[in-house]
Design a protein around this ligand. Structure first.
Ligand SMILES: [Zn+2]
Length: 342
């Protein structure tokens, strides 16, 4: 039975674990760890919502080691998410829902995991959080960037502290940052591939910086220092259609370096893949309301799937499991700063 474990002291051994795969030695359930600091309102951090994405866990270890035996500048509240899947080092176990799609506001039917995340939010809400950070990795070649679900100055300021690249999105629902944005400025960090020292260091430095902020003083926000992109579509491969990065017999043969297109502003007619079977081979694009809008973005030309207008993709991956479980990529448009911002 899934149950939220709440503890108020750093457990022995947590900082000494060599890998997040060993976390079951310390916690047997998803755990909220509350630690007192000088400033009362906690920084809320969640890690391992996707259990193979270990950068957040390793960054939290590094941060807590730094403050061992010292007073934290601000209270911390850390949620260790998918404990059960951590041992296997997979995003989620078979039969589990995605731990970053079941937070309040989700469209997922009620289940143990939706109750768990509601409990987490209720607990953190009591403590009047200062800010919320959810740490993730992705699989393709992507720069580090922050995702936000509100364009208020405090959210942009938080995002600007992490990266020049900021992604604003309204779907999928049920993600941690969207639930937390009702309580405080909230951000999802995308720290590139798991386990890399550069990502761990970047996340640790960011968390430490936020920990030291007295307030989110947005007078220091320079909107010229950030590029804000809005997700407009999620792209999937229809179940009936086979695809590959190597097998020419597949309905769609994707370019083996497709992920090098991430965060490039692509021209109309940029090729995504070669098609074998023109009747079956297509990509599906979904808008924020889960409506199919494929024709707005893709067209078939000379046995190739090409963009029908200029777009910027993110999270293009070469991982066939992720493409089947989640999606091929997201398509984004640059937001017009002069319209959005004062
Ligand atoms: Zn993730």
């Amino acid at each position: 039975m899934l149950k939220l474990n709440i503890i108020n002291e750093l457990p022995d051994g947590l900082l000494e674990l060599a890998s997040s795969k060993e976390i079951q030695q310390i916690f047997d359930q998803p755990t909220l760890l509350n630690l007192q600091g000088k400033q009362q309102k906690p920084l809320f951090i969640s890690v391992l919502l996707h259990a193979n994405e270990d950068t957040g866990f390793l960054a939290v270890q590094k941060l807590l080691k730094k403050y061992q035996g010292k007073e934290l500048p601000r209270s911390l509240s850390i949620f260790f998410g998918n404990i059960a899947a951590s041992k296997e080092g997979v995003r989620r176990l078979h039969g589990q829902p995605d731990y970053n799609r079941v937070w309040p506001g989700t469209e997922h039917p009620e289940c143990d995991e939706t109750h768990l995340m509601q409990d987490v939010v209720n607990e953190v809400a009591k403590q009047k959080p200062f800010a919320s950070v959810d740490v993730h990795n992705n699989t393709g070649k992507n720069p580090h960037y922050g995702c936000i679900n509100s364009l208020e100055d405090e959210f942009l300021y938080l995002a600007a502290l992490f990266s020049r690249i900021v992604v604003f999105f309204e779907t999928p629902k049920g993600v941690q940052s969207m639930a937390m944005s009702k309580l405080c400025p909230a951000i999802t960090l995308e720290c590139g591939l798991p386990h890399l020292p550069h990502g761990i260091e970047h996340a640790t430095d960011f968390l430490d910086t936020v920990l030291h902020l007295e307030d989110l003083n947005t007078t220091h926000l320079n909107k010229n220092d950030i590029d804000v992109f809005q997700t407009v579509a999620r792209v999937t491969v229809p179940k009936s259609c086979t695809f590959s990065f190597t097998e020419e017999s597949a309905d769609i043969l994707f370019d083996s370096k497709l992920d090098s297109l991430n965060f490039s502003e692509l021209k109309e007619e940029t090729v995504f893949g070669q098609i074998q079977n023109a009747d079956k081979a297509c990509l599906e694009a979904w808008d924020d309301h889960e409506q199919v809008v494929s024709n707005n973005y893709f067209t078939n030309k000379n046995n190739q799937i090409v963009l029908s207008k200029p777009m910027m993709p993110a999270m293009l991956t070469l991982d066939e499991n992720i493409i089947r479980q989640d999606c091929l990529c997201y398509l984004m448009e640059r937001m017009d700063m002069t319209q959005q911002f004062k």
